[in-house]
Ligand binder design. Structure first.
Ligand SMILES: [Mn+2]
Length: 321
């Protein structure tokens, strides 16, 4: 559940993030602040294999599910049309890219569902058509990846706004969008709104994204304590969205090096409204299978009578061998 507020400045304030348990990501143009170090070159080209699962649930009190998610694998393919050789019809490269998206729509009736669907579809299309960035990234190209993904969100913003302006029933529809892309062992994250991306490493859960919400702004300016913010009646008001009532959006971008054993979690606020971080961490630790972890997270949210749609993606990274 989200509503859109007037856009506010989304300062990427590391002190605020640190106060919440430490940022782990390197924001664009910012110095690395954290436990997750950029590894040496050899490690960065290490191929990690992901086991992923996603789940979306309407929750206990809603009539419709406005959340969407996507898990996709990108690979180079060679499709043989004709050959004299006894070889397989299609060959795939060993290199894989993994794409994860969660989106939480808003806008009443059909609007929310359509906004989140349209945004995911637009980003998916964009990612497919920028495949040139996906393999053997050189360091200068890594900056481009984040810039490209930010552009993907801007395109989605325009699409959702345009569609919303065409149909009075869809006017003002918008969506949060949190997206992670893993290529070799590099993780790229772009994010708008109140969904979240977490990384579990060494038994610790790190929140990689900030909520673009009015109450998080107020916490940052020390108007509210985090405890007050978690119960505040304006906690669903988001300060930036894909679509919504105004063009333009604040995109948060991060890049970090993944390691074998890392667990990635993307989720909508339906999960984090219900479950504190320590409960989420315990469930991820107790369920080493992504499918089991997703089911357990959704069950636990529903047991606490989730008033919102709940969507989770869990991905485990390991070495190829
Ligand atoms: Mn929600």
């Amino acid at each position: 559940m989200n509503q859109v507020a007037e856009p506010m400045v989304n300062s990427q304030n590391d002190a605020a993030a640190a106060a919440q348990g430490g940022p782990v990501a390197t924001a664009m143009n910012e110095q690395p602040t954290l436990p997750i170090q950029v590894a040496n070159k050899a490690a960065l080209t290490e191929q990690l294999v992901a086991r992923s699962f996603g789940l979306t649930d309407i929750g206990r009190l809603r009539m419709q599910n406005e959340d969407q998610f996507l898990i996709a694998q990108l690979t180079k393919a060679l499709r043989v049309q004709q050959t004299s050789l006894p070889q397989p019809q299609t060959r795939y490269s060993d290199e894989q890219g993994y794409l994860y998206i969660v989106a939480d729509g808003m806008g009443g009736r059909q609007g929310g569902e359509q906004a989140s669907a349209l945004a995911v579809d637009t980003v998916e299309e964009f990612v497919l058509n920028t495949l040139k960035w996906f393999f053997h990234l050189r360091s200068e190209e890594e900056q481009n990846v984040l810039a490209e993904f930010q552009e993907a969100l801007r395109q989605a913003d325009v699409k959702v706004l345009t569609e919303g302006s065409r149909n009075p029933e869809l006017k003002g529809m918008g969506t949060t969008l949190t997206m992670a892309y893993c290529s070799n062992s590099q993780l790229f994250i772009v994010h708008v709104g109140g969904s979240r991306c977490y990384l579990q490493r060494g038994g610790q859960l790190y929140r990689l994204t900030r909520d673009h919400t009015l109450v998080e702004e107020m916490v940052r300016h020390q108007v509210l304590t985090p405890e007050q913010a978690s119960r505040h009646f304006l906690r669903h008001v988001i300060t930036s969205s894909v679509g919504g009532t105004k063009p333009g959006l604040e995109v948060e971008a991060h890049r970090l090096a993944l390691a074998a054993g890392d667990v990635l979690l993307l989720c909508t606020d339906g999960l984090t409204e219900m479950l504190p971080d320590d409960v989420i961490n315990a469930i991820l630790t107790a369920n080493r299978d992504p499918r089991a972890a997703c089911r357990r997270l959704v069950e636990e949210a529903n047991q606490r009578v989730s008033q919102d749609n709940v969507t989770v993606i869990v991905s485990h990274f390991g070495t190829a061998s």
